[in-house]
Design a protein around this ligand. Structure first.
Ligand SMILES: Cc1cn([C@@H]2O[C@H](COP(=O)(O)OP(=O)(O)OP(=O)(O)O)[C@@H](O)[C@H]2O)c(=O)[nH]c1=O
Length: 568
């Protein structure tokens, strides 16, 4: 069998390995497969007694791991992968399934069971081909398993405990790693060694060959179909059925409902015709789910650990105007983008790949292009562009948050550390240069414009004739308010430095008349008269004493009757 052309079929596809196992990653990387790793959140808690053979449990778990990742990536609007690979390795001895030990005592129990005996290692594998159509995730699933027999020598208690104390058993099915120290415990291996390590590479390649180069109809005509043949959706795929017996293929269509849950149905197209089914029972400690809980990934924590990288990828791509460039000229190759924006080709390619894996860009053989949401929110000129806020987050908030530790220790703002100057007045820092001022105004404008409609319609303000938006900056909310309430006149009150720079942000067209701009300092100057005062994204900036001053001033100018204060 020539392996390379088979794996070559995956080169142009977005392949995701739904596994946190470093061994699986290494096995697949070693043969040159390019893939992303998205560990599955599926909890390995399937009821073992509901399976008639251990391998069925491994196959079903592998399938559920892969399905969870495929569905999650689809639900979260990350770019739907082309292929998701899931795997699950178990050890079976005396008709019992052993997974990863939960502690040293558990590892000892497992290794004692294996001591001096032959056992089976099963790895179940699921290969899911995904296709997104009209927000529906269509999946074609192929699964199979591989069995390898392993025999342990007679091992002394001392040796077992020495091995356990090495720490190696803890993240490994059956409590041993044949590829490392655990290799010393093993007398013989019958079958695929890599299957024991965690991934049956040879069977995987054969399966891909069957999928991508199926036997011709002529060769397959003697095969017996036991159920409905699958619909041919793969490139270069004919109607032929696979040769080998211990796998199953079926199609699943999963449609997202409004709650983000998926509903799925499966149509089987072949069966495990010659798979050997052996009975097995489930050890008590596994039935109560204790051992499975040890394998749970702290996904929330992992997400938080890595979140800053994803944010920075978005910030840098925005700063380099990659989304603007691709809107104008996409799809583009990394080298052309790098030439356009004057960056290194290798660095740019990595950044673009990171954007693609975060679902911000599409990557096809033609090059990179914007996703719909990148076109809407990440280019700098769109109506709902968040570009300004992203640049503010990168240039202003990021350096401040880098000093969060000091802020907590000292209980003070960190502008001196982040920018080398004191922030006596928060806004002095924003307005010390024309560039920083415009960046800050663009940030406020972009977030206000995106949220203005929701804010304007969150309350029924139709009873009011006049409103004053205190700290209303570019007037994004004010303009939305006069659209929603045609009888309302809105005054935007903000610092003179802001009012002097609003022209760039004003909407063109006829609906601008009822919005007026007044400059002043709401702590020092008289507030314009109005029926309604709006404080949007203002109070969080100030300490309690200053908030008290501001609210007291508003309260003093409010007229009885119709007057009402709203704090948004
Ligand atoms: C017998 C044996 C197993 N393993 C590892 O045992 C884990 C099994 O657990 P799993 O549940 O199949 O996988 P995981 O590690 O939890 O990852 P995930 O796919 O995310 O569930 C995998 O790691 C395997 O390599 C070895 O490294 N060497 C060996 O000799």
């Amino acid at each position: 069998m020539v392996l390379h052309p088979v794996l070559g079929k995956l080169v142009s596809k977005r392949v995701v390995l739904a596994s946190a196992s470093p061994r699986r990653q290494e096995i697949l990387t070693n043969v040159g497969l390019r893939f992303e790793v998205v560990p599955s959140w599926f909890k390995e808690t399937l009821e073992k007694s509901s399976f008639t053979a251990p391998y069925e449990y491994a196959v079903e778990t592998a399938k559920q791991k892969a399905l969870e990742v495929a569905n999650r990536m689809h639900v979260k609007h990350l770019r739907t992968p082309d292929v998701v690979i899931g795997a699950d390795t178990i050890v079976s001895v005396d008709e019992q399934i052993l997974e990863k030990p939960i502690d040293k005592q558990d590892a000892y129990r497992m290794l004692s069971r294996l001591n001096g005996k032959e056992h089976s290692v099963f790895t179940g594998v699921a290969i899911i081909h995904c296709h997104s159509k009209d927000n529906r995730l269509e999946m074609e699933i192929t699964d199979f398993y591989e069995e390898t027999k392993v025999k342990f020598s007679e091992l002394s208690e001392e040796l077992l405990w020495d091995y356990i104390h090495s720490g190696e058993p803890m993240d490994k099915a059956g409590g041993y790693g044949i590829q490392a120290l655990g290799g010393m415990l093993v007398e013989y291996v019958h079958g695929d060694f890599l299957n024991v390590v965690g991934f049956p590479l040879n069977h995987f390649c054969k399966k891909l060959a069957e999928l991508y180069y199926p036997p011709s109809k002529h060769n397959a005509q003697h095969k017996k179909y036991n159920s409905i043949p699958s619909v041919d959706t793969f490139e270069n795929r004919s109607d032929g059925e696979g040769e080998s017996s211990n796998f199953t293929e079926y199609k699943v269509a999963s449609k997202l409902d409004s709650s983000g849950m998926d509903s799925s149905g499966a149509v089987y197209t072949s069966e495990n015709s010659s798979a050997v089914r052996t009975g097995f029972t489930v050890p008590l400690e596994n039935q109560n789910g204790v051992s499975q809980s040890a394998s749970k990934l702290p996904s929330k924590i992992l997400e938080l650990m890595d979140g800053f990288r994803a944010s920075k990828v978005l910030f840098v791509a925005s700063k380099l105007k990659i989304f603007d460039n691709l809107k104008k000229k996409g799809p583009m190759k990394a080298v052309d983008i790098a030439n356009d924006i004057g960056t290194s080709v290798c660095g740019t390619e990595r950044l673009l790949d990171a954007c693609a894996s975060l679902g911000l860009l599409e990557k096809t053989p033609q090059g990179y292009s914007n996703t719909d949401s990148a076109n809407t929110y990440l280019t700098s000129d769109g109506k709902y562009s968040l570009h300004g806020y992203i640049i503010h987050s990168n240039d202003h908030l990021w350096p401040l948050f880098t000093n969060l530790e000091y802020a907590v220790q000292e209980g003070s703002r960190q502008n001196h550390r982040a920018f080398g100057k004191k922030a006596d007045d928060l806004f002095k820092d924003y307005y010390h240069s024309q560039e920083v001022k415009q960046r800050f105004m663009a940030a406020m404008h972009s977030i206000a414009r995106l949220t203005a409609k929701d804010v304007a319609t969150a309350f029924d303000l139709s009873q009011f004739k006049s409103a004053c938006d205190l700290g209303g900056c570019t007037g994004a909310l004010a303009h939305e308010l006069v659209q929603v309430y045609p009888n309302l006149k809105v005054t935007v009150f903000d610092l003179p430095e802001v009012i002097a720079n609003i022209s760039f942000f004003q909407p063109s067209g006829q609906h601008t008349a009822p919005v007026t701009f007044v400059s002043g300092d709401f702590f020092k100057d008289n507030l314009p008269e109005a029926d309604l005062y709006i404080l949007s994204r203002v109070l969080h900036d100030w300490p309690d004493e200053k908030i008290h001053v501001l609210l007291s001033k508003i309260s003093a100018v409010c007229r009885p009757g119709l007057n009402m204060e709203k704090m948004l």
